[in-house]
Design a protein around this ligand. Structure first.
Ligand code: ZN
Length: 289
């Protein structure tokens, strides 16, 4: 497991699953394979299979060890979930074993922060014990954007959504009174972490900045899904709810990353999933870290 150092904070990716065959034209409705002819060295074979028009999508959690706390950002899909998306349905991955390999037991997690409440970001909030969904991390505060919770709750009232993520991944942590909410304006949290509203992918989506001893990082959430969007920032994913907002949040992220020289920890990029952005004459470049 690769360990990143941001000031006095350690950041480690806890992988859940990697999907190698995600249709590029499905994920990006604006997909045009010809952009790869621009010899983007960072669009490695691990990012995209040009011949088959497939991209790789990683699913994982970022583990942060600050001098004071153990923090998880986003919690993947989870095991044993009944999901309408076939690739998310009934997974059985050794995610918690991987967390243990990084030196963290479920009792030790102090905070779980979710950038948004989609099914691939909240799954390990809970796990199944004695036939019941219960919080995976019994001593953690779970921090959610308030608008995300409101949207998730209103969707859960639709009959077609019964048995979905609200019931198995959100409601159990609400019932155990472990949830703290971040208002729509975002703001400072703990240990140098700050929530920034980056709506568009979802209405209440937030990215999370980290400032530690003069160094900067950003946990992007789903503002971007693949490095090709650094080169083509107007390409939204098929899952972005508001196209115009998603584009302006991506522009904000690019400007933030360049201005702060921030190390970006993405939610779905392949390879290491982390890297830096540089401004160029043509736009922006990506460099894996
Ligand atoms: Zn996602």
């Amino acid at each position: 497991m690769k360990k990143y150092i941001v000031g006095d904070v350690e950041v480690i990716r806890i992988s859940e699953i990697v999907f190698h065959d995600f249709s590029a034209s499905f994920l990006f409705p604006d997909w045009d394979a010809n952009v790869l002819d621009d010899k983007l060295a960072w669009m490695t074979p691990g990012c995209v299979n040009k011949a088959r028009s497939m991209v790789t999508v990683n699913i994982h959690t970022w583990l942060l060890k600050t001098p004071k706390h153990i923090i998880l950002i986003d919690t993947g899909i989870g095991n044993g979930r009944t999901r309408t998306v076939p690739m998310f349905n009934q997974l059985n991955t050794p995610y918690l074993e991987r967390l243990a390999q990084a030196g963290v037991g479920v009792d030790q997690v102090d905070y779980v922060m979710c950038t948004h409440l989609h099914s691939d970001h909240v799954g390990w909030n809970t796990c199944r014990r004695d036939g019941k969904w219960v919080p995976t991390f019994p001593n953690a505060r779970y921090v959610f954007p308030q608008r995300e919770l409101e949207q998730c709750q209103s969707r859960a009232r639709e009959p077609a959504q019964a048995g979905g993520i609200y019931e198995d991944a959100i409601l159990p942590v609400l019932e155990s009174q472990q949830v703290d909410l971040v208002g729509p304006e975002g703001g400072e949290s703990i240990d140098g972490l700050t929530f920034y509203p980056t709506p568009g992918h979802t209405a209440g989506h937030m990215s999370i900045g980290l400032a530690a001893q003069g160094e900067q990082a950003l946990f992007t959430g789903d503002v971007v899904h693949n490095p090709i969007q650094i080169y083509r920032p107007r390409w939204n994913s098929a899952f972005c709810e508001d196209a115009a907002q998603a584009r302006s949040s991506r522009e904000w992220m690019l400007a933030y990353a360049v201005a702060k020289k921030a190390l970006l920890f993405t939610a779905h990029f392949p390879e290491s999933s982390a890297g830096y952005i540089a401004a160029t004459e043509k736009g922006f470049d990506w460099r894996f870290a």
